[in-house]
Design a protein around this ligand. Structure first.
Ligand code: AMP
Length: 268
């Protein structure tokens, strides 16, 4: 996939941003006399803090954060994945966590904050870190703020993926993933070319145990209770609402624009 953007970059004038730099775009760049740069190189130089994805279950946080992580060359941490790994442990704590997550309830703030904070301290991000699914509550947002200020990192950049409820339920029940490599598929919008098997390694695809209608309803309830206060909490900061009711590529293109605009704004 390539993305072409014309953009007014303050010091260098217009550039073509491309991922990857295809031959066609190289010719186009030579023809117009406009320099080109890899999107990842351009973007990485701009953001060195924490990027947060806010959004209901099924809004595309996982897909977009994995994509952005590759684009920016910075790690992405999904608290859902982290907790699922803990829940797989054959211990009493693992079993308790498994039951709680299967019910669609949120895990205790203290436990999640402790794990995220430890991870941030351990892997002090060089160019930044993407958080997918954290914070989910105001207590978690406050905890993140204090960890960031303790580490001397700037306030987070917030990407809120907004998707209609009807679409979310359809997306979630059709969602599949590979238990080995973590690739995400969707029977409706992104089916695997190998049917029920992963395109990367042939592993049989799975449905998440909490992607059933009853649990989905509970997870939405949790989200409705916690999202509005979080949006309000972050709305005065570097907050961006994105229409997530579109194809993943269109959403990704909006994300690129946000980073481009961010640079123009910051440098203006
Ligand atoms: P996700 O993969 O982000 O949809 O999260 C799946 C489940 O993991 C949620 O329904 C919660 O039970 C738990 N979880 C993930 N992130 C958090 C968080 N930040 N705080 C509390 N629970 C979380």
């Amino acid at each position: 996939m390539w993305v072409l953007m014309y953009q007014k970059v303050v010091q260098s004038g217009p550039v073509i941003l491309s991922t990857p730099p295809t031959l066609r775009l190289k010719r186009f760049s030579a023809l117009l006399g406009v320099p080109m740069t890899r999107t990842s190189e351009h973007l990485t130089a701009q953001h060195t803090g924490v990027i947060l994805f806010l959004g209901a279950p099924g809004s595309g946080k996982g897909t977009q954060s994995a994509w952005l992580s590759r684009e920016l060359g910075i790690p992405s941490l999904s608290t859902g994945d982290m907790l699922r790994a803990e829940a797989r442990q054959k211990t009493r704590a693992g079993l308790k966590l498994r039951k709680l997550m299967a019910s669609g309830a949120l895990v205790d703030d203290k436990q999640v904050c402790h794990a995220v904070s430890a991870r941030l301290h351990r892997e002090l991000p060089k160019h930044g870190l993407i958080l997918d699914g954290f914070p989910r509550t105001i207590a978690q947002a406050e905890c993140l703020d204090s960890v960031l200020s303790e580490m001397g990192l700037p306030a987070p950049l917030i990407l809120h993926l907004d998707v209609s409820r009807e679409k979310l339920v359809r997306r979630m029940t059709a969602r599949r993933h590979c238990g080995r490599c973590g690739s995400i598929y969707n029977l409706l919008s992104r089916p695997s070319s190998l049917g029920e098997r992963c395109e990367n390694d042939g592993t049989e695809l799975q449905q998440r145990s909490d992607d059933n209608e009853e649990t989905i309803r509970r997870r939405f309830l949790e989200f409705d209770l916690t999202c509005a206060p979080l949006v309000e909490y972050y709305s005065k900061g570097n907050y961006h609402r994105i229409d997530g009711d579109r194809e993943p590529e269109a959403v990704s293109a909006d994300l690129l624009e946000i980073f481009g605009r961010g640079q123009t704004r910051a440098a203006a």
